[in-house]
Design a protein around this ligand. Structure first.
Ligand code: C5P
Length: 272
């Protein structure tokens, strides 16, 4: 028997970042939107815990127990007093270290898949708890859709989305380390940033499905830091804007960049 779970990538349509907290994390107002780009996580019974990975960038993915999917399996098994003996296979399509929560998606997928394989019947709250232990973006990968994340991004409030949005993503050569981008954010912020708040205009744009209003309100406070560490992204963003993107921004901590198109034809033009 095997279980396969498909988990979407995310883009942050608003990423408002506050000052560094005593625990080293930053308070966020983080508006997550799941996008139609997926990793698939397959689990099957085995004599020990193993991880394999295929797909773009899979050579960058650790296959030991530091892999977030392996850590998810270990955490679930530990809570239920069983051995985490499982073969985990990750078929990647989400850019690795790209700011689209690919590792978080794999963790959430492994958790749901192992829960089904082992019949552990964890409650949603227990799964969300484990997700929050694994990483700030993992709870969102479990719930999907659209949500406002506060705290370090792990406290979620679901959001309504009233339409369909067309996005194009440009994958960069190489990845960016999330802690390094937050570190650069701190370095570039001479004063303590204000407390992060979700933009009412942006939440309205999502609710009404108004792409032009969404384009006018997307923001990413980590973008200057990502551009400082990866200056070539500026030319990519400019190219997307020249190709007709209504908005062009760094996805999360980057280096993937995201382009919001007016419609499918516009997305095709930007992608080309
Ligand atoms: O939670 P996650 O493992 O994704 O965080 C990776 C790193 O990103 C943290 O160790 C921290 O340096 C930074 N981070 C942060 N504030 C957040 C989320 C992440 O400073 N809200």
């Amino acid at each position: 028997m095997s279980v396969t779970v498909r988990v979407p990538a995310k883009v942050n349509v608003q990423l408002a970042v506050g000052g560094a907290r005593p625990d080293g994390f930053h308070d966020l107002a983080n508006v997550f939107l799941a996008v139609g780009l997926y990793d698939a996580v397959t689990v099957e019974p085995a004599d020990s815990l193993t991880v394999t990975c295929t797909g773009p960038g899979s050579d960058q993915v650790p296959l030991d127990h530091s892999n977030l999917a392996a850590r998810a399996a270990i955490a679930l098994a530990g809570r239920h007093g069983i051995e985490p003996h499982v073969r985990i296979h990750i078929a990647k399509d989400i850019p690795v270290a790209g700011g689209m929560a690919g590792g978080s998606a794999d963790a959430a997928g492994a958790l749901v898949a192992c829960d089904a394989l082992w019949g552990t019947h964890a409650s949603r709250d227990e799964l969300l708890d484990i997700c929050a232990e694994l990483g700030s973006d993992v709870p969102f990968s479990l719930v999907g859709g659209a949500a406002l994340g506060t705290g370090r991004g792990e406290q979620l409030e679901p959001l309504d989305v009233g339409g369909e949005f067309w996005w194009v993503f440009a994958v960069a050569d190489g990845g960016l380390s999330t802690p390094a981008v937050y570190g650069e954010f701190d370095r570039l912020s001479p004063h303590a940033p204000p407390a992060p708040v979700a933009s009412p205009a942006l939440l309205d744009a999502l609710r009404t499905g108004d792409v032009h209003a969404l384009a006018a309100t997307v923001t990413n406070d980590l973008q200057p830091a990502a551009l400082s560490l990866f200056p070539a992204l500026k030319a990519t963003l400019d190219a997307g804007t020249s190709a007709g993107a209504l908005a062009a921004l760094v996805s999360g901590s980057g280096p993937t960049t995201a382009y919001l198109a007016a419609d499918e034809a516009g997305a095709q033009r930007i992608a080309a």
